[in-house]
Design a binder for this molecule. Structure first.
Ligand code: NAI
Length: 462
């Protein structure tokens, strides 16, 4: 048994970042983690491994579709699936070991095992009870189940199983056209799988800018993904080596079925708080199972805090990281702050999709006066040189003040481009501020400047 200033439960991006910041601020810190490796869902079975497979499959797509046009002749490479998975595992290993190194460097204790909270100021791991002035719950989330669908992680899989399938399936049904479904669906479509996405709503990626949704779906269709929209999956029947997906079309309640080698269930995630003992502690949860906190991330029990996917807000690693840093500042007697209005979202398909702030739909709902500056990557020389002219940058600015309210990008490196707009928004910049900033030529970022120019007197290359 040991005594700490802070014990953090969970070593995902929220927890490990919180721990490092706590240690940097002079707090004696420990992290409880039951997995064999640090990094949580993101590093082990989420963000990082999926990016490795997205990269590898994108390379194959480039070789198959664009090499010949550039004068790179020869047969496209064949896929060694085992090696591709080994490459992905190696990437995971490098990252999780990196966190272990950072823990040692910052003198953070890793309490190995699954933690529970027998009372305020106490964390139980195995048979040991450790004492802590403060506890931070950073236990993340888990795939949410769908009634009538039993996941076996072999034929019917969540994102976890989709990252380690025994072989590349001939056919795959993806349930849910959200981030996970489209990223993993893209991976397998590029590897030759016939991918059909079944989505409950009439548009993909719920909550995103409507124009982006339409363009994105058109591009994905061109890449071979099939979509069945406005369809509610009712159940999945697992046969010996296949599965049968039963769904109803919402317009007429008609029943249909689809056979597939693999079914990916990507219908959202739910907070993971099992086994912590929140009931006994009397910690308040929302209807959706999220831990409720005040504006300093403290639960209704003094000294117990919660961050990341376990609480309200977008289930994003970087949102959890920001909360982790902020709560560390609070515990060290400083002023932790997260600007929830400027949290970017990125989908790592090809092209990438990125957004920050308001959408046209949300502005209309609020009855706010806005203007739109839009620029197509077709007018960007660099994008055209690398077969990436499909897509656009769209900036939304206040009609009166010109202040940037949101941005939506679909196109090359969108996930990186969005950040200049995030910084601009953090500084309360106007579209004109961006437009007056010199952008190097030829870069993709010129498209951002052009969209900002389009909020004023007009883009140059439109
Ligand atoms: P999601 O919430 O993004 O999308 C789920 C989709 O499933 C929705 O479009 C919903 O309408 C649909 N759906 C629900 N029930 C259905 C049914 N019975 N039949 C047909 N469709 C149905 O959830 P997803 O993709 O599982 O992602 C979970 C979380 O993980 C999200 O919060 C996401 O932000 C996060 N994530 C983020 C990534 C990134 O930032 N690049 C990558 C992967 C996950």
């Amino acid at each position: 048994m040991a005594s700490y200033d802070v014990i953090i439960i969970g070593a995902g991006p929220g927890g490990y970042v919180c721990a490092i910041r706590c240690a940097q601020l002079g707090l004696k810190t420990a992290v409880v983690e039951g997995r064999e490796t640090l990094g949580g869902t993101c590093l082990n079975v989420g963000c990082i491994p999926s990016k490795a497979l997205l990269h590898a499959s994108h390379m194959l797509h480039e070789a198959e579709h664009n090499f010949a046009a550039m004068g790179l002749k020869g047969k496209a490479p064949s896929v060694d699936w085992k090696q591709m998975l080994a490459y992905k595992d190696d990437v995971i290993g490098q990252n999780t070991k990196g966190i272990e190194f950072l823990f040692k460097k910052n003198k953070i204790d890793w309490l190995k095992g699954w933690g529970s909270i027998p009372g305020a100021g106490k964390v139980k791991v195995g048979d040991d009870i450790h004492e802590a002035k403060n506890i931070v719950i950073a236990t993340g989330s888990d795939s949410s189940s769908l009634p009538g669908v039993e996941v076996d992680e072999k034929i019917v899989v969540t994102s976890t199983g989709a990252l380690e399938l025994g072989k590349i399936p001939k056919s795959m049904v993806v349930i849910g056209a959200g981030v996970i479904g489209l990223e993993m669906g893209s991976v397998y479509a590029r590897l030759g799988t016939e991918v059909t996405v079944v989505e409950y709503l009439d548009a993909i990626t719920p909550g995103m800018d409507g124009e982006v949704q339409k363009t994105f779906q058109r591009i994905l269709k061109k890449q071979g993904l099939k979509f069945i929209m406005s369809a509610a999956v009712q159940s999945v029947e697992t046969l010996k080596t296949k599965a049968k997906v039963h769904y109803k079309l919402r317009k007429d309640d008609s029943e249909h079925q689809l056979d597939a080698d693999t079914v990916l269930v990507a219908t959202g995630r739910k907070p993971y708080t099992d086994g912590l003992g929140l009931d006994t502690l009397g910690i308040t949860l929302s209807k959706r199972g999220q831990i409720e906190t005040d504006k300093h991330w403290q639960t209704n029990v003094k000294g117990i805090y919660a961050i990341g996917d376990a609480i309200d807000g977008p289930m994003l690693a970087h949102k959890a990281e920001d909360e982790g840093m902020a709560v560390a500042e609070v515990l060290a007697g400083k002023h932790g702050h997260v600007n929830y209005g400027v949290i970017p979202g990125v989908i790592y398909t090809h092209p990438e999709v990125a957004n920050v702030g308001e959408t046209e739909e949300s502005l209309k709902e609020q009855g706010r006066a806005y203007k739109v500056g839009k620029f197509s990557f077709m007018g960007n020389g660099r994008a055209k040189a690398v077969f990436a002219g499909d897509g656009f940058v769209k900036i939304l600015a206040d009609r009166e003040t010109d202040r940037i309210l949101g941005a939506h990008i679909i196109g090359p490196a969108a996930g990186d481009l969005i950040h200049e707009i995030c910084v601009a928004m953090e500084f309360g910049a106007s579209a004109q501020d961006l437009a007056l900033t010199c952008h190097a030529h030829p870069t993709y970022s010129e498209a951002v400047r052009e969209a900002a120019l389009a909020c004023g007197d007009g883009a140059i290359h439109a």
